[in-house]
Design a protein around this ligand. Structure first.
Ligand code: ATP
Ligand code: ZN
Length: 190
C-alpha cells in the first residue's frame, strides 16, 4: 500500500490537537522534536512536521498528500488545495481592532488609514468588498503593538479570547473571518 503523507504544524497552537486527532484515529508512531518526519508503525502514514505557513504549498505541490492548518492560512495562501473537512478545533476569528481611545462608527472610518496585519490578502479582499481604501502594512508577528509605536492606525489579527488586544489597549471592531483548523488535500485527492 502507498504511504500517505500528512503535514502537521511542528510547534504551535495547532500541534497538540492535530497529534491528538491522529492518536484518536489509532495511528501510532514514535517521534522526537528534532525530527522533521516520522513513519507510523501500524499504518501506511508518514508524518511531516512543518511551519503552518508552508503546509499549503507542500500540499498544493503534492509533497504532502494532506495537511492540517487554520482556515485563515488556507485562504491567505490562496493555493489550490481541496478542503477535506473542518476539524472543530483551534477556533479563532480574524478581526480589525483599533486603539480603545479612538472613536469608531463603522468600517468607512478606516478609509485612508494604515492597517497592520499578517493577513494582507484576506484583509484586502474584505476592504474591497466593503468599498474601503486603506493602506495595508504587512508584518509577520506582534501585530498588536503596531498602533502604540505609531506604525499603524489599526490592526487586523487573529483573536480568540480578546485578552491580547485588551492588554495592548485595542478594541475589536470588525470580525472579517471565523476560522478553525481544517484538513486540506492535494487537488484530486479530496
Ligand atoms: P509557525 O511557527 O508554525 O509558523 P505561527 O506562529 O504562525 O506558527 P500559531 O500562533 O501557532 O502560528 O497559530 C497557528 C494557527 O492557530 C493560526 O493560524 C490559527 O488558525 C489558530 N489560532 C487559534 N487561536 C488563535 C489565536 N488566539 N491567535 C493566533 N492563532 C490562533
Ligand atoms: Zn505560521
Amino acid at each position: 500500500m502507498e504511504t500517505l503523507k500528512l503535514a502537521v504544524q511542528k510547534s504551535g497552537r495547532l500541534s497538540e490537537k492535530s497529534l491528538q486527532f491522529i492518536k484518536e484515529c489509532g495511528i501510532s508512531y514514535a517521534w522526537n522534536k528534532a525530527k522533521l518526519k516520522t513513519q507510523s508503525y501500524n499504518f501506511p502514514l508518514e508524518l511531516l512536521f512543518l511551519r503552518d505557513d508552508d503546509i499549503p504549498k507542500y500540499v498544493a505541490d503534492g509533497v504532502a498528500d494532506i495537511g492540517i492548518i487554520g482556515e485563515n492560512v488556507m485562504l491567505e495562501k490562496g493555493k489550490t488545495v481541496g478542503l477535506v473537512e473542518k476539524m472543530g478545533f483551534s477556533r479563532c476569528r480574524l478581526s480589525i481592532a483599533v486603539p480603545q481611545t479612538s472613536e469608531y462608527n463603522g468600517i468607512s472610518d478606516l478609509n485612508g488609514k494604515k492597517i497592520a496585519t499578517s493577513y494582507p490578502v484576506i484583509l484586502q479582499k474584505h476592504l474591497d468588498e466593503q468599498g474601503v481604501t486603506a493602506e495595508i502594512h504587512e508584518i509577520s508577528g506582534s501585530v498588536e503593538i503596531a498602533p502604540s509605536i505609531g506604525l499603524a492606525d489599526a490592526v487586523c489579527d487573529l483573536v480568540s479570547t480578546g485578552s491580547t488586544l485588551l492588554s495592548n489597549g485595542l478594541k475589536e471592531v470588525e470580525v472579517i473571518l471565523r476560522s478553525e483548523a481544517v484538513m486540506i488535500a492535494t487537488p484530486g485527492l479530496s
